[in-house]
Design a protein around this ligand. Structure first.
Ligand code: ATP
Ligand code: MG
Length: 361
């Protein structure tokens, strides 16, 4: 959805360009899915939420199902970018695997893995760090926003270099498509820069890495119940795994405005518009249609509609999630196999990188 003219999460002009590019990319993918490889993922910092689902998760499954190869990274090291200790890590990782299985990611066809289990992926970080300047890292608006909200009193080197580890995460498997929310666009720009500079400096006329493109969904920036970006760590999210009652309670507490007539105006009325968009995404209709249905019935009626829509849309996912949750052993087996596949891929890429850099002794 549209954002206010100045936003900490990236220039809206860039976002509209990225959206136009996503539409073209979408057509190319459908024509020839075998040409594409997707890397996408999340930090295990808490339960996945509706912002994830409509911002990127739906795209992940859809791409898998049209035949694109999918890698899902669980970015466990990156939990430490904005906090000192990764609390409850094993539980969060299990929840992430469960969420992916519940939405339809198939571990036979797709690779789900944890960042820390793939040493050769992490080795790419050193050469990649040499390809970006401190000034470029300083300018990244998403890093600035995350630093502003960090739980740490000072900025760690890990936080500062966040976009460069993401470059390693994406390029280790030579992914050329990354389904993301809008906040990730500045990061992806750095990945593209790293790929381009590596190829220029070491490629000897051939491209070692592709320059990956962002694939934005219809909801690249879903707002949370407080009217800012819905995030796991901001206490403003509606988790996919919430039950119907928790969902109702969270949506009831969502911020709206004092105007009784409900209308879709993402710039002037961001909170009401985000709720309308949410109902629209769940019902596969437009936010304007939902607004017209509600008219002057007010925010309470809007929230009832949103709650019903979310609960209906998520019911099958929640049911599948409950089934998978019964077998924790299977979750760990899926991760072990995913880690093994990711390691093979990363080893092959690292070998190429070392050869390109003349580091073969
Ligand atoms: P944290 O608060 O711990 O950073 P998060 O909710 O921002 O968590 P991430 O793991 O950082 O989630 O993001 C995972 C993916 O989900 C990214 O591609 C991101 O762009 C997307 N995403 C996260 N929140 C939203 C949102 N509110 N709307 C659309 N996409 C989102
Ligand atoms: Mg985030």
């Amino acid at each position: 959805m549209a954002t206010a003219p100045t936003t900490p999460l990236g220039d809206p002009l860039r976002a509209s360009e990225a959206r136009a590019r996503s539409a073209v990319l979408e057509e190319q993918i459908l024509k020839d899915p075998g040409r594409f490889r997707v890397l996408t993922g999340d930090r295990p910092t808490g339960r996945l939420h509706l912002g994830h689902y409509f911002g990127t998760l739906q795209n992940r499954v859809r791409l898998q199902d049209v035949g694109v190869e999918l890698f899902v990274i669980i970015a466990d090291y990156q939990v430490l970018t904005d906090r000192d200790v990764a609390d409850g890590l094993t539980g969060h990782v299990e929840e992430l695997v469960l969420d992916h299985l519940a939405i339809g990611v198939d571990p036979e066809r797709s690779t789900i893995f944890t960042h820390s289990a793939v040493p050769s992926l992490n080795q790419l970080l050193l050469p990649f760090l040499s390809l970006v300047s401190v000034a470029e890292l300083n300018r990244n608006p998403t890093v600035k926003d995350e630093i502003a909200r960090s739980r740490q009193s000072s900025v760690s080197g890990l936080m500062f270099t966040y976009p460069v580890h993401q470059a390693a995460d994406i390029l280790f498997c030579k992914a050329n498509v990354v389904p993301v929310g809008q906040d990730q666009l500045p990061h992806l720009e750095i990945t593209r820069t790293v790929a381009r500079r590596f190829n220029d400096r070491y490629g000897d006329g051939t491209a070692v890495f592709p320059e990956p493109e962002a694939l934005l969904s219809r909801a690249p920036l879903l707002l949370g119940t407080d009217g800012t970006k819905m995030s796991k760590s901001r206490g403003n999210a509606v988790p996919l795994a919430a039950d119907a009652d928790e969902t109702a309670r969270l949506i009831k507490g969502a911020k709206t405005d004092s105007e009784r007539h409900v209308s879709y105006d993402p710039v002037g009325r961001p909170e009401v518009s985000s709720l309308l968009l949410l109902a629209a995404l769940c019902q596969d209709r437009t936010p304007e249609e939902i607004a017209a249905d509600i008219g002057s019935a007010g925010a309470a009626a809007l929230k009832r509609t949103v709650t019903e829509s979310v609960n209906t849309c998520l019911a099958p996912i929640r049911a599948r999630r409950a089934l998978y949750a019964q077998d924790r052993g299977a979750l760990h087996r899926i991760l072990r196999e995913g880690n093994e596949r990711a390691r093979e891929t990363a080893d092959a890429t690292l070998a190429e990188v070392r050869a390109a850099m003349q580091s073969h002794y």
